[in-house]
Design a protein. Structure first.
Length: 340
C-alpha cells in the first residue's frame, strides 16, 4: 500500500516536495516492518522525453545563377582573347607602323645653260614647321610688379569696447559686505531669531559678536536633525569679515536661505504624522521633531539625530562644497512624483 501511494505521488508535481520530506519517515517505517512481497518492484513514473522538432528550411540552389553579361563586357573579353592569340602565334606578321609622309621634292626648272641641266642654283627648300607650336607665356609687365609690391598689406581693424570703469576696491568690498549682512539678516529671521535680524539691520558689523554667540548656543542640540546643526556651523564660518570674499559669503548665505522653507515643510509633515503641529519657530520645531523621531522613528532610512561633529574647512572653496552637499541632502529627489 505504501509503494502504491509513492507511485501515485510521483505522478503529481505539486506533491514531490512533500514526498521528499517524508522519505526519512518512510525509511524508518519500512525498516521496522517485515517484507510482505519479495517480488514487488516499485515503478516510479518518469516523464517521456520530447523528441526534437525538425523545422523545414529552404534548400540552397546547387549552383549559382549566372547573371547575363552586357554587350560591352562581351566585346572586351573578345578583344582580350584576340590579343592573347596574337601574342602566342609567331606565324603572324608584324604590322609596320605608318611612317610620316616625306616632304615633296622641288620641281626641276629648265635652264638655258646646257652645262646645268634641270637644277636652279637659287632654289632652296622651305624648312618644315613643327605641327605643334609651343605656347610662350605672355610677357610680364614690370610696371605691374612694381605696383603690386608697392601696395601696403591690408590690416583688419578690430573695434574694442572701452573698458568698464573700475570701482575702487574699498567701495566694492563695502557693497559686498552689505549684501552679505542682508543675507544674514534674512537667514536669522527665517531661523526664528528676529531680535538678531533687527540688530544686524541697525548696527551692521558691530552686531556680529552677538550673532556668533547666539548661533553657537544652538549648535550642540540633540536629538535634532543633523542637517540643522550643519547649517548653523556653516553660518558661523560664513559671517561677513569686511574683505574681498564677502561677495562669495553672500551667495552661500543666500543658498542656505532657500533651504529653510524646504526644511520647514519637511518638519511640519513629520510633526503632523506624529499627532503634533509646528509652532512656527524653526529651531524650536526642529528640537521637538528630534524628540518625536527618537520616540517614533519613521519608515525607511533613519534620520541622524546626533550632534554634528564633522570637521569643516576654512577656505572659501571648501565651504562652497559643503553648502552644495547640504543642499543635495535638503532637496531630496522625489519618488513617483511625491516629494519628501
Amino acid at each position: 500500500a505504501l509503494g502504491l501511494e509513492v507511485e501515485l505521488l510521483c505522478r503529481q508535481p505539486h506533491s514531490l516536495e512533500r514526498l521528499t520530506q517524508h522519505i526519512p519517515h518512510y525509511t524508518a517505517h519500512l525498516a521496522k516492518r517485515p517484507v510482505e512481497d519479495e517480488a514487488y518492484v516499485i515503478q516510479l513514473w518518469q516523464p517521456q522525453a520530447t523528441r526534437p522538432t525538425l523545422v523545414p528550411r529552404p534548400e540552397q540552389p546547387e549552383r549559382p545563377v549566372l547573371q547575363p553579361s552586357s554587350a560591352l563586357e562581351e566585346a572586351h573579353e573578345a578583344m582580350l582573347e584576340a590579343m592573347d592569340a596574337t601574342d602566342g602565334d609567331p606565324a603572324l606578321e608584324t604590322v609596320d607602323s605608318p611612317r610620316a609622309p616625306e616632304p615633296p621634292q622641288p620641281t626641276p626648272i629648265e635652264s638655258n645653260n646646257p652645262m646645268e641641266p634641270g637644277v636652279d642654283e637659287n632654289f632652296e627648300p622651305a624648312p618644315q614647321e613643327s605641327s605643334v607650336m609651343a605656347e610662350e607665356p605672355p610677357p610680364r609687365d614690370e610696371h605691374d610688379d612694381e605696383t603690386v609690391a608697392k601696395e601696403p598689406p591690408l590690416v583688419e581693424v578690430v573695434e574694442t569696447e572701452p573698458p568698464a570703469p573700475v570701482q575702487p576696491s574699498g567701495l566694492a568690498s563695502k557693497d559686498a559686505t552689505e549684501k552679505a549682512l542682508r543675507a544674514l539678516a534674512e537667514l536669522t529671521t527665517l531661523l526664528g531669531m528676529n531680535e538678531l535680524a533687527e540688530s544686524i539691520n541697525a548696527r551692521g558689523q558691530e552686531a556680529l559678536a552677538d550673532v556668533r554667540r547666539s548661533i553657537a548656543s544652538e549648535v550642540n542640540v540633540a536629538p535634532r536633525d543633523v542637517r540643522i546643526g550643519r547649517m548653523l556651523r556653516l553660518v558661523l564660518r560664513l559671517l561677513p569679515a569686511g574683505d574681498g570674499q564677502d561677495d562669495h559669503r553672500a551667495k552661500l548665505l543666500a543658498e542656505m536661505v532657500d533651504m529653510i522653507p524646504v526644511l520647514k515643510r519637511w518638519m511640519r509633515r513629520r510633526l503632523e504624522a506624529r499627532h503634533s503641529g509646528a509652532k512656527g519657530n524653526f529651531l524650536n520645531d526642529a528640537a521637538e521633531l528630534g524628540e518625536a523621531l527618537e520616540r517614533i522613528p519613521g519608515l525607511g532610512r533613519r534620520v541622524p539625530l546626533e550632534v554634528d561633529e564633522q570637521p569643516l574647512p576654512t577656505d572659501m572653496a571648501g565651504l562652497a562644497s559643503e553648502v552644495q552637499n547640504l543642499a543635495r541632502s535638503v532637496h531630496l529627489p522625489s519618488a513617483g512624483g511625491v516629494k519628501a
